[in-house]
Design a binder for this molecule. Structure first.
Ligand code: G4F
Length: 334
């Protein structure tokens, strides 16, 4: 399959998934447009260096007129709505802004597609999330959450994402738009921001290994997540838009690990058997409500889309550690 002569608009182009999907689409021959926020976004130069083929359009998910402009300029065959306030902890501190960007921003973008007469032409990917499930006992199936599981979000982020999920489904049902919702479990990698726990750990372990840091401060260590590799997951996003029918799909590994497991694997990768002396718990990194355990069941995506993940938990940790050691080595004095 090839995307030659197709065009795609990606929101959240400065984020981890934005970078991965832009590369995948470029390799497939798409013309790739990226929505970037603000007049002098500090991340613009990094995106221009990392993804020189992306045509950047200034605009914000909270600004309907800017979205109409972005859709008109890119005339997209496919829209990937990956833009959001995506840090769960931050969403407790800024719940209103999170609702505007992560929730209502989805509506604004759907409307931009519809009101510019592209409801039939443009396929729309909505980045839904496993945070919508909330990880509570009463709605947690033993085999893992699937597309039919009950939602009970536990953060302003999860609540905003649930609005985005349902308004996206509503546009599919009301206007016949091709809108696919990917319910993605945690996905990580070299592009992950340092504010997320996996990259925070691999960055710190690399620095501890090189003698640049002594300790790492973390919040709760018992929560469990279903962690996969972001590169595998953006392939799934693209597959959802190539499928004949728009639908909802869970992408997950079907395995769950605690943050303690991640610490064990990451420290072991640099030859340290006991991580306890290096880890300090700090309540500042704990959340008012926690998602105890996330475990996904990707059977539908595997059977319907032929999706599969290539990178397992140990492989994910290793590639992040190797990347961060190489990155930190560049900063060492010669
Ligand atoms: O890495 P996290 O911040 O990811 P979280 O909250 O699971 O959310 C990520 O995955 C979601 C999919 O399920 C996405 F929708 C969302 O956008 C994001 O990508 O935290 C993971 C766990 C949490 O239980 C958190 O409380 O790690 C715990 N944690 C412990 N210490 C920490 C820390 N999290 C962060 N960010 N920083 C800490 O120091």
């Amino acid at each position: 399959m090839s995307g030659a002569s197709k065009s795609a608009l990606v929101t959240g182009i400065t984020g981890q998934d934005g970078g991965h999907i832009a590369e995948l689409l470029h390799e497939q021959g798409y013309e790739v447009f990226g929505l970037i926020r603000g007049q002098s976004n500090p991340r613009k130069a990094a995106v221009e260096a990392d993804l020189p083929f992306v045509k950047l359009i200034e605009g914000d998910l909270t600004d309907p007129a800017a979205l109409v402009h972005a859709v008109d300029t890119s005339d997209p065959d496919e829209v990937y709505n990956l833009g959001a306030i995506s840090h769960v902890g931050y969403s407790f501190k800024n719940p209103s802004l999170t609702a505007e960007v992560t929730g209502k921003g989805v509506l604004n973008l759907l409307e931009a597609v519809r009101l510019t007469g592209r409801a039939e032409k443009t396929k729309f990917y909505q980045a839904s999330t496993s945070e919508m499930f909330g990880g509570l006992d009463y709605n947690r199936p033993g085999s893992g959450y699937n597309e039919d599981s009950l939602f009970h979000p536990r953060s302003p982020y999860g609540v905003a994402k649930l609005y985005g999920h349902w308004i996206a489904k509503n546009y599919r049902e009301s206007y016949g738009m091709f809108v696919a919702c990917g319910i993605l479990f945690n996905h990580e990698g070299e592009r992950r921001g340092i504010e997320f726990v996996t990259r925070k750990i691999t960055d710190a372990v690399a620095r501890i290994h090189l003698g640049l840091q002594d300790k790492i401060e973390l919040g709760d260590l018992w929560p469990k997540r279903d962690w996969g590799y972001a590169g595998d997951y953006v392939r799934g996003m693209w597959q959802m838009l190539q499928h004949p029918e728009p639908d909802d799909f869970v992408l997950a590994t079907g395995e769950t690990h605690s943050i303690e497991d991640f610490l064990t694997e990451a420290f072991a990768a640099v030859g340290i058997d006991d991580w306890h002396p290096y880890v300090v718990q700090n309540p500042a990194f704990m959340r008012p409500a926690e998602v105890d355990i996330l475990l996904g069941d990707p059977a539908k995506a595997e059977q319907t889309l032929g999706w599969h993940r290539d990178v397992d938990f140990a492989g994910l940790v290793k590639r992040m550690i190797d990347h961060d050691i190489a990155l930190q080595r560049k900063n060492l004095p010669a």
